[in-house]
Ligand binder design. Sequence first.
Ligand code: EPU
Length: 295
Amino acid sequence: MIDLKKRIEKNKKISHLFTLKTDVIAEYFFEAKSRDDLLAIKKYSIENKIPIFILGGGSNLAVTKKIFPGIVVKNNYQDLQIIEENNENVKIKVSSGYSVSLLILKSIENGWSGFEYHYGLPGTVGGAIYMNSKWTRPLVYFGDCLIEANLIDNNGDEKKVDKSYFKFAYDYSILQNTKEILLEAIFLLKKDLKGNIKKRAQEAINYRKKTQPLNLASSGCFFKNPGNISAGYLIDKAGLKNFSVGDFCVSDIHANFIINKGNGKREDLIKLLSIIKNKVKEKFGINLEEEVIII
Ligand code: EPU
């Protein structure tokens, strides 16, 4: 039996777990280090009627509430196993808390192709599947190579599903609606020469470095692209590059990135988001919708 009570902390400051580095206090906090921990905390949340939020790399979130309500579960379940392998393909099982960067480095090292264009994407496998993270040059989604997955359903039980269950689309997977929890993802990757994979990964990271403020506190692209237009282009053309409210600022490199210059307050973020949306609506008649999850 896992003694959860001893491991659940109350009113814990967790700002460091978010790439946007805003002030965040979790009502309750738990670190899950294994699949059993994830199953146990889900059961606990059901039995005690406390909502649960699974936190991956904290790279696609903005917290505007003073207290993050319920139990914030930092997913540190780390595991990668080869299930099957032949000359052409490899089937791997990866845990939801596994880092995307580490997965990509391992893929390059082993000559597994499928994730290389996501090189530079922060976060965990759980977050990348939940969001179905994408790269647009060429257009590839993180869910593309998934074949099956193990989930925790809303009764706290394990459930095996195949790819079609996820209904993957731009910035979308069914997990956003069902709130089921990813335990492990099973991917089918193609074998290729390391050099070829590395070259494609390098292309992606070079483009990111050139066009995105990678080393600053942000949560990546803040708004979804409305159709085929870049939200960054629209915010830029609305004259908002470098515009700031307090320490929150529209990046001068890519206008869909909001940067925390140090001490960004949640009220400032709320104000900046509203100004961006209003200006884009005024100038282009387009309603921007957040890609980042707002708590
Ligand atoms: N542009 C501007 N000003 C800006 C930003 C972009 O004029 O401030 C122009 C660019 O010059 C380019 C066009 O808009 O002509 C498209 O820009 P970019 O190639 O940077 O792509 P994007 O559509 O803005 C999308 C994804 C990014 C992803 C890149 C590259 C969304 C919301 N964004 O950005 O994803 O990294 O393509 O594949 O879909 C993320 O999800 O966090 C993210 C950053």
